[in-house]
Design a protein around this ligand. Structure first.
Ligand code: FE2
Length: 487
């Protein structure tokens, strides 16, 4: 269970206990649990979730089976409408335990978590439906009275809402304990994203339940699964495409890391720090994902800079400086055709602009600089100052933040700097050694309390990583000195 914080493990244990408590009454004498219907629904859910884990099915279908657990929630929502609450909780467990959980480590723990949260959510959904007379509104077995439309929509809607709320609350809790995501932000984002899909699942679940209670019985309910499976397959295609995008980004970042060994790991950390800032500013999850791309790819243009310049230890000549300052434009050229990067493309082009207009490549000032570029500029400078490299020792986080605050308003956007300060006060930051230089070559001593941005001529690595005041180029590419000197 390495990698899962202790608080998260305790939280998962608590959820598992709640799930056991919810399901336990089903075993009590006189509970009248409909074991036949329960076994059928549980087996159906497990059968639906299992193909994503089956290597044979994956090979036959080109690994395009619905891979995300949750594709078959309609079966659970049908169970919530058809079964008593303890039985509905039990129906979720086998499927959750066989479903793919994807990430390592602690897959076993993740499955327990999945089973516990689905059991509690199904139990809550069944209670909500029962409170509004769901079983009676569906009609008796064999369709003796038939479903009472449109009233049956009310308990079905309540079941969906309860299911979604409980899943969101539990997911938010685990995000807060495992990843220290602010609870309110996690709940807001999760609920906003999951309500619409759950409403669709609820309609399909209601359709299953109505057919189950029809004169044709449970075999008729199975026919609902085929169109549902097809829609899941379509969604799976989307997820595959998204995974391919992320693999492409990882490959680009690795190429940059290999080329510029001075700043290895820098890109990932800038992505992480950018997300911390964005989350503090209240950005939604969709924009945060793009912002992570922006931070991660901000220096991708270094692939177009000659390696000998990037790895040069001594001061750069003016010509070399001009070449290295082209990397934002190279990067923008490289990603221009990648539509899903959206705002990240502007951030790649403008991450070395300064608020006072002395940055590059275009010397934009203030609000002319795209918001993502202002975020990435702060994250970039912060990580550069707090990382130990062969040419400089890491500064303590408080020193780096003080330096960012000192440069706020002239070089950095004060809003972004303030957001980073607040985010780090909550989440902290682990400083890192990024250079892969031999151990026998110790890093330089800590710099004096000088400005955060590199000054003077600067080495190639400094110029690539730390925004600095310096020479800027006009739109036509001519270089001219800017206040502060340097790059
Ligand atoms: Fe850069």
């Amino acid at each position: 269970m390495a990698g899962i914080p202790r608080a998260a493990r305790a939280y998962i244990a608590g959820a598992a206990l709640c799930a056991a408590g919810a399901a336990f009454p089903a075993f009590l004498p006189g509970s009248a649990t409909p074991w036949g219907a329960l076994a059928l629904l549980a087996a159906l859910y497990a059968f639906c979730e299992w193909p994503a884990r089956c290597p044979l099915v994956g090979r036959v279908t080109g690994a395009s089976v619905p891979v995300n657990a949750g594709s078959f929630f309609p079966v659970l929502l049908a169970a919530a409408l058809l079964l008593p609450p303890p039985a509905a909780a039990l129906a979720a467990v086998p499927g959750a335990l066989v479903a793919g959980v994807g990430q390592r480590p602690a897959r076993g723990l993740r499955r327990v978590w999945r089973a516990a949260q689905l059991a509690v959510a199904a139990w809550a959904a069944a209670h909500a439906a029962a409170l509004l007379g769901g079983p009676a509104a569906l009609g008796g077995d064999g369709g003796s009275s038939g479903p009472h439309f449109p009233y049956v929509l009310l308990p079905a809607g309540a079941a969906v809402l309860a299911f979604c709320l409980v899943l969101t609350a539990l997911d938010g809790g685990v995000l807060a304990t495992a990843e220290r995501v602010p609870l309110a932000a996690a709940w807001r984002d999760l609920f906003g994203r999951s309500l619409a899909p759950h409403a669709v699942h609820g309609l399909v679940g209601l359709m299953m339940a109505v057919l189950w209670r029809s004169p044709y019985g449970w075999p008729a309910a199975l026919f609902v699964l085929l169109p549902m499976y097809i829609s899941c397959w379509v969604f799976a295609q989307y997820h595959r495409e998204r995974a391919a995008h992320q693999a492409t980004i990882r490959a680009l970042v690795q190429a940059v890391d290999l080329k510029d060994t001075y700043t290895r790991g820098h890109s990932e950390r800038v992505g992480r720090a950018s997300v911390l800032i964005g989350r503090e500013l209240g950005m939604d999850e969709t924009r945060l994902e793009i912002l992570r791309f922006a931070g991660t790819l901000h220096d991708v243009g270094k692939l177009g800079v000659p390696t000998r310049i990037l790895r040069k230890d001594g001061p750069l000549t003016p010509e070399e400086r001009r070449v290295i300052e082209l990397h934002p434009e190279y990067g923008h050229e490289m990603v221009r055709g990648i539509g899903f990067l959206g705002e990240a493309r502007a951030a790649i082009l403008h991450h070395h602009e300064r608020l006072d207009g002395t940055g590059y490549p275009y010397g934009l000032r203030g609000a002319q600089i795209p918001e993502f570029a202002r975020v990435v500029a702060v994250a970039d400078a912060f990580d550069a100052m707090t990382s130990t490299r062969s040419y400089s020792r890491a500064r303590p986080v408080p020193t780096a933040l003080a330096e960012l605050e000192r440069c706020a308003g002239s070089q950095f956007d004060p809003t972004m700097v303030g957001a980073l300060v607040r985010a780090l006060a909550r989440h902290g930051w682990q400083t890192t050694v990024t250079s892969d230089e031999p151990a026998g070559r110790p890093p330089a001593p800590p710099p004096p309390p000088a400005p955060a941005p590199a000054t003077g001529q600067g080495t190639a690595a400094e110029l690539g990583a730390v925004p600095s005041p310096g020479r800027r180029r006009t739109r036509k590419g001519a270089a001219r000195p800017a206040p502060g000197g340097g790059r």
